[in-house]
Design a protein around this ligand. Structure first.
Ligand code: A3P
Length: 287
């Protein structure tokens, strides 16, 4: 195992900003409140985007918070800032996490806290993660894309297998406090999806406020916003010269990276692992 990662109950986690003690605290001792809102994702599925959307909804479309406070302080990560998240007096607390369902905060079970789970075409996740692994010092620098995709498939990377993560969280489908959001639908119809998110959160925004949420979370706006684009992180941790954090923000970039053979291999495994799964995703149409 890479020295950059540690194993927590069979799941690899990055050592950077994260340790087994804090994860155990998050799992066993963190006290969820009924009005908490969790932004949950597998890495590179649109976490930062949802963080900014939720921040703006919370502030009724006023962009000041998004423009002045870094995303990790607005929506702290439970795996990196569990103690800060715990003592926050903010209501509702907005909290992000990549933890798989089976390692998630126990006090969440039975609470009314809400989860928005953003899920993205795994091929685009693999591409995005490949570039992320190249630009950060807390992931192993991948040797080649094909090798990287094989590790992605086996789940031999931080936060484990995409398949297990998605299947684990989507067991909550149908529950009142759970909403699934695809990156692809958000990309296609941001306004429509922001309205759905507001409805799920029981938050009524007027048209102007909804417009502001959409405008201030466009890819271009977030790419230029220092509080969203991670440019405040020193370059020895994230080298944006190698690849910007806000890289392309598109759907289907996998087509520029997967060879025909790798794509066929991936599709075969995808079909096998997702066979009989209860939900159809936008990308399933092309299988
Ligand atoms: P790409 O690398 O494909 O560009 P996460 O926040 O979960 O780490 O996900 C990062 C991915 O979401 C990156 O994908 C990033 O560009 C994309 N992203 C972030 N904000 C976005 C936005 N406002 N619109 C579209 N994509 C966005």
């Amino acid at each position: 195992m890479s020295k950059l990662f540690f194993d927590y109950k069979g799941i690899l986690l990055p050592c950077m900003g994260c340790n087994a003690e804090d994860i155990a605290f998050a799992e066993n001792e963190f006290q969820v409140r009924d009005d908490d809102i969790f932004n949950i994702t597998y890495p590179k599925s649109g976490t930062t985007w949802m963080t900014d959307i939720l921040s703006l909804i919370k502030k009724n479309g006023d962009p000041t918070w998004n423009k002045t406070v870094p995303n990790w302080d607005r929506v702290p990560w439970i795996e990196n800032h569990v103690h800060k998240a715990q003592v926050s007096e903010e209501q509702p607390r907005l909290i992000a996490s990549h933890l798989p369902r089976h390692l998630f905060v126990k006090s969440f079970d039975g609470s009314k806290a809400k989860v928005i789970y953003t899920v993205r075409n795994p091929k685009d996740v693999a591409v995005s993660l490949y570039y992320f692994a190249k630009m950060t010092s807390f992931y192993e620098d991948p040797e080649g894309f094909d090798e990287f995709v094989k590790d992605f498939i086996t789940g031999d990377i931080p936060f484990g297998s995409w398949f297990d993560h998605v299947k684990g969280w989507l067991e909550m489908l149908g529950k009142d406090n759970f909403m699934v959001q695809t990156y692809e639908d958000l990309h296609k119809d941001p306004r429509g999806r922001v309205l759905k998110i507001c409805k799920f959160l029981g938050k009524e925004l007027d048209d102007k406020a909804v417009d502001s949420v959409v405008e201030n979370t466009s890819f271009q706006f977030m790419k230029e916003n220092q509080m969203s684009n991670y440019s405040l992180v020193p370059s020895n941790y994230m080298d944006q010269e190698k690849s910007p954090f806000m890289r392309k923000g598109t759907t289907g970039d996998w087509k520029n990276h997967f060879t025909i053979a790798l794509n066929e291999y991936f599709d075969k495994i995808y079909k096998d692992k997702m066979q009989g799964f209860c939900m159809k995703f936008p990308w399933d149409e092309n299988l």
